[in-house]
Ligand binder design. Structure first.
Ligand code: SF4
Ligand code: SF4
Length: 348
């Protein structure tokens, strides 16, 4: 059995302060409007950590910025010169990641550090230490238990924290996590058997707290076999207003577009910017033709990508059940309702 540790709650801030001396620290912070967002912490006394509420946005933008310069160019007598920006990627501890958000990072790793390694993503990812907080108060729209990306993780984290009331149970999943403990070992003690039992009990209780229980496997099978009635897609198309909010908030949506900006007569830059398959221009081609008709709406592509194509390609859906797309959609598009409907619906 891996060693588990206890960190008393009043030791958390002093420990994080030590960690912050050698690392940038990003954590869920409640801002002055009452919203919780992952943010860089530059002084623990000045911020209110929120480890219980689900951050409104995931940590995606720290690894895949919404807009990023891929290279700059300059023209001269000898032709074009290209320069890659020397973007710094400081060693960063991501503390208090929700299990779904950490699972999403493991997915984006597959996209950006698979066969083709993206230099910017790789720099940021290699300098990242991921510390998750096991969730025992799932948000009403969450269904990570159904996508196997929470509420408690079994792998993928450098450290996983579980709130046991007056103390945290801390599990080290990788050597980088273990190092953060051994460097400041006096803050930690070894966990007792009853701590581990309490964690187990909390995990069981958390699994029973989900309000949205869906059979993702059934939806995956129906999509794979093409057993989804056209009427369902049409209804989704009618609801969607092409705002792109779901994809922007989604921790696993990675579609991007490339833009060239001229910055002067002889120089410019190439940018990578987030894009969304639900936006009308996503599939529009040069000349204005759009091969995706309104009735064959982008939501079909979005759900097929997440629940069919990625299962085929990577062996699991690229939805981590965070529920954010459900909360943001003003048209009432609800991926949980969609999955549920496929499980219940008679075959067309
Ligand atoms: S949030 Fe809703 S309305 Fe906006 S693009 Fe997504 S599905 Fe469409
Ligand atoms: S599709 Fe929706 S529920 Fe699934 S990971 Fe993306 S935002 Fe979360």
């Amino acid at each position: 059995m891996e060693t588990r540790y206890i960190l008393k709650k009043d030791h958390l801030a002093p420990w994080l302060r030590r960690v912050a001396k050698s690392h940038r620290v990003v954590a869920p912070v409640k801002n002055r409007h009452g919203d919780t967002l992952y943010a860089e912490i530059d002084g623990l006394d000045k911020v209110e950590l929120d480890l219980a509420g689900q951050p409104q946005a995931s940590a995606k933008s720290f690894f895949l910025p919404q807009q990023e310069v891929l290279f700059t160019y300059r023209t001269g007598k000898g032709g074009y010169e290209f320069h890659e920006p020397a973007t710094p990627a400081p060693a960063t501890v991501y503390f208090g990641l929700r299990s779904c958000d950490l699972s999403a990072i493991l997915y984006t790793d597959v996209v950006f550090m698979g066969r083709h390694k993206d230099p910017g993503y790789r720099r940021r990812r290699e300098g990242a230490i991921l510390i998750s907080i096991a969730c025992h108060q799932p948000h009403p729209n969450c269904f990570c238990h159904a996508t196997k990306s929470g509420p408690f993780l079994e792998f993928g984290y450098d450290l996983q924290f579980t709130d046991l009331g007056t103390r945290f149970l801390v599990e080290a999943g990788r050597s980088r996590g273990e190092t953060l403990i051994s460097q400041w070992r006096p803050f930690f003690s070894e966990a007792a058997e009853e701590d581990v039992k309490l964690q187990y009990q909390l995990a069981l209780e958390a699994n029973g707290l989900f309000r949205r229980n869906v059979d993702v496997g059934c939806a995956v099978r129906k999509l794979a076999e093409g057993e989804v009635a056209e009427g369902i897609w049409r209804e989704l198309a009618d609801r969607c207003q092409d705002c792109g909010g779901c994809a922007y908030l989604c921790p696993t949506c990675t579609c991007f577009t490339i833009r060239d900006e001229k910055l002067g007569p002889e120089h410019g830059e190439r940018l990578r910017c987030w894009d969304a398959c639900t936006l009308e221009g996503f599939s529009r081609m040069a000349g204005g033709h759009n091969p995706v008709a309104r009735e064959q709406h982008a939501l079909k592509r979005r759900f097929q990508h997440k629940l069919r194509d990625d299962v085929h390609k990577h062996g699991r859906p690229s939805c981590v059940g965070c529920g954010r797309c459900v909360g943001i959609c003003f048209g009432g598009v609800d991926i949980v309702g969609f999955i549920d409907r496929l499980s219940e619906e008679d075959l067309p």
